[in-house]
Design a protein around this ligand. Sequence first.
Ligand SMILES: *[C@@H]1O[C@H](CO)[C@@H](O)[C@H](O)[C@H]1NC(C)=O
Ligand SMILES: *[C@@H]1O[C@H](CO)[C@@H](O)[C@H](O)[C@H]1NC(C)=O
Ligand SMILES: *[C@@H]1O[C@H](CO)[C@@H](O)[C@H](O)[C@H]1NC(C)=O
Length: 415
Amino acid sequence: MGLLGLWGFVVFILCFLVLAYVPLQTHASSRSSINRKNLVVEPLVKGLCASMVIGHGYKCQELEVTTKDGYILSLQRIPEGRRESGGIGTKKQSVIIQHGVMVDGMIWFMNSPEQNLPMILADSGFDVWIVNSRGTRYSRRHTFLDPSNDEFWNWCLDDLVAYDLPAVFDFVYNLTGQKIHYVGHSLGTLMALTSFSERQLVHQVKSAALLSPVAFLSHMKTALGVIAARSLLSEALTLLRVAEFDPRGLLVKGYVRSVCASPGVDCSDMMSAMTGPNCCLNSSAVDQLLLHDNLQPTSTKNMVHLAQIVRYGVLAKYNHLEPQNMMKIPENIFPQSYYNLSNIPHDLPLFLSYGGQDALSDVADVQNLIDRLKSHDVDKLNVQYIKDYAHADHIMALNAKDIVYNAIVTFFKHQ
Ligand SMILES: *[C@@H]1O[C@H](CO)[C@@H](O)[C@H](O)[C@H]1NC(C)=O
Ligand SMILES: *[C@@H]1O[C@H](CO)[C@@H](O)[C@H](O)[C@H]1NC(C)=O
Ligand SMILES: *[C@@H]1O[C@H](CO)[C@@H](O)[C@H](O)[C@H]1NC(C)=O
């Protein structure tokens, strides 16, 4: 039971950890073709607006939202397109954009203004709000806790659903007085689906676009899982005792390095091995993300919760039992321990986009999700399948505008 029990945990952790290894590997390898001198290493102390947005000619506001449990989240607003000049009168539709795990709002800006989603939405007439989840670089404040304090990291998906998203939606809804469109990627889709299944946000959300949707993780593919499970049991347990799960930290990097040293594990193509073979990324954008400590911390408890979802094969709420004692509780006996996707309002407009090459949101798992939505109103469910896309393509592909983002704009404008 112990070994089996940890298997899912280790596999899952690895999927994200290995991303942290890529920078080390790239530094060490001579095949790397990038010219590091061309990469501007700019510490993002200024905030996202100043470092990623304003320089491209967009207005951008830095805002703060405090959650009911005291976290102070940073939120950026791009109120209009580049060529607009504060036109009065036309009330714009708002879009909230939520990133996935181990990254922050910056992930949306890795490509040029013509290629990235927030700026395309702003240029298409939307009022755009970019969330930064608790624990990430700009959202490491709390009304009385400090990130150096373990208690600061005592949260998981359930708390993101209960506190983070409602705080941001209330804030935007109060300010604009209208229903809001939503875009999530990866964990950002899971946050939305679970919220909707609890009937949260549903009175404030106009529609939701879910990119690389995650609800089930049973079929997630990874080259490393078995070896890691065999060799890294003790390391995994050590990690569990650290409250902040920082992909840039020495502990996590060391852990990943030791996996990569295992026979049969090839870390030279780790990004592909873990997210799937992304078809269409700009390699300098990937370098910018991975070489400059742009991966972001989350809580270990959040990772453990996700691992439980992997292992249970269902959308369980966090199980407080020790990981080695975790057991699957029958869904029908303790329904309050699960998110029931059938409770998502059937008339809530949803746009799902998933990729055939995605190693995290595997096709079989997405199909399981779509199956759970089979009672959804047919004309309220739009599903897009992109054969060549893997997990990161949905946020960083050079052709994502043509394939995905234009479709999102059309979808939002139809609601
Ligand atoms: C939104 O407005 C309601 C009612 O005025 C108020 O109770 C609530 O605190 C406001 N929320 C935010 C986040 O401003
Ligand atoms: C890739 O990114 C670099 C650096 O941001 C940029 O100069 C280049 O134009 C991008 N390539 C494409 C095809 O967009
Ligand atoms: C989930 O919700 C649906 C519809 O409300 C209900 O029929 C079903 O029994 C629920 N499933 C569980 C396991 O509680």
